[in-house]
Design a protein around this ligand. Structure first.
Ligand code: GLU
Length: 304
């Protein structure tokens, strides 16, 4: 397949397209990013790397980090993890409080904020040096020791985290948070402030497309049965309250973040990451979704 030719066509289509999306501004530091940034990196198991645009420039991965955090937690725990967080799509915005109240503090899934905060709590309880160990985990699956957080984004989100603090307080009242709220919030904001490029995310996401193994050295990071579950959660819960629409249009498991990134996978075939900061009203990268829809259409390679 002529992947680079297909990417070039997608680039031409995206450049001609007028985006109506808005760059996230509720974390003030994120609003400083140019809305014109655009990059794609496709990493195929059989034929290697293809890309265009700003694919090597790092951006704030935000909620894409929730996939890595779940992976780390599932490497340390078995099914007992899912007593504290469910695996159902929420159909509500990512930072919504309402379901938590009537579902007794058990978040719908690990990719909405409430669920990710429970995963943060679990990692804090289980890791010796939570921040260092978690960053080290991402560096190892991305094969890149220079990956780090953006301090400005970290400080910026710290000033505007009232809603995440509310989620933590509510869950603590239901005894589903064990550590101090401030400590959990700090770890969660740290993980969201990690910066990676499309290329680095595509390399790190290869474990989800390759049965839990890195491609370069074949290291088994997580058992295939656990990878299957993470992919299922990405498919059903990876795109806020637009997971159905993403499945319908693109047909791949993936995860988006409010920094404008989307990382997606085709098991046994490829990983792909897109970055375009303007978000649609549901919080997903508008051009990112379009690019991935065109990729699965033009290659004929979606999971359906
Ligand atoms: N740090 C962001 C928040 O909690 C992440 C949101 C996202 O990317 O979905 O609001």
């Amino acid at each position: 397949m002529e992947y680079q030719k297909i990417l070039n066509q997608i680039e031409a289509e995206l450049t001609a397209k007028q985006s109506t999306g808005q760059v996230a501004s509720y974390i003030p530091e994120l609003s400083k990013i140019s809305s014109k940034k655009l990059g794609v990196h496709l990493y195929c198991i059989n034929s290697g790397h293809y890309n265009f645009g700003d694919s090597t420039e790092r951006f704030s991965i935000q909620s894409i980090s929730k996939v890595f955090a779940l992976t780390k937690a599932m490497s340390l725990l078995d099914d007992e993890l899912f007593e504290r967080v469910d695996v159902e799509p929420s159909g509500d915005p990512f930072n919504s409080l309402v379901q938590l109240e009537y579902e007794q503090g058990i978040p719908r899934n690990p990719f909405i904020n409430a669920g990710a905060l429970v995963i943060s709590d679990i990692l804090i309880s289980l890791l010796d040096n939570p921040k260092e160990d978690f960053l080290r985990f991402i560096q190892s699956i991305a094969h890149n020791d220079s990956i780090k957080i953006n301090n400005e984004v970290y400080e910026s989100e710290k000033k505007y985290s009232h809603r995440n603090a509310a989620l933590l307080n509510l869950m603590k009242s239901f005894r589903n948070i064990k550590n101090d709220i401030e400590v959990v919030l700090d770890f969660y904001i740290f993980q969201c402030a990690i910066e990676m490029s499309c290329e680095e995310l595509s390399i790190a996401f290869m474990i989800y497309a390759n049965q839990g193994k890195t491609l370069s050295d074949g290291h088994q990071v997580l058992a295939p049965r656990k990878i299957k579950r993470i992919n299922a959660i990405m498919q059903t819960c990876g795109f806020y309250d637009e997971a159905g629409e993403f499945s319908f249009r693109v047909g791949l498991p993936g995860k988006s973040g409010v920094g404008g990134g989307i990382a997606a996978i085709h098991p046994g075939q490829y990983t792909v990451t897109v970055w375009s900061p303007p978000l649609n009203p549901k919080g997903n990268s508008e051009l990112g979704m379009y690019a991935l829809e065109r990729l699965t259409t033009l290659t004929g390679l979606s999971i359906f």
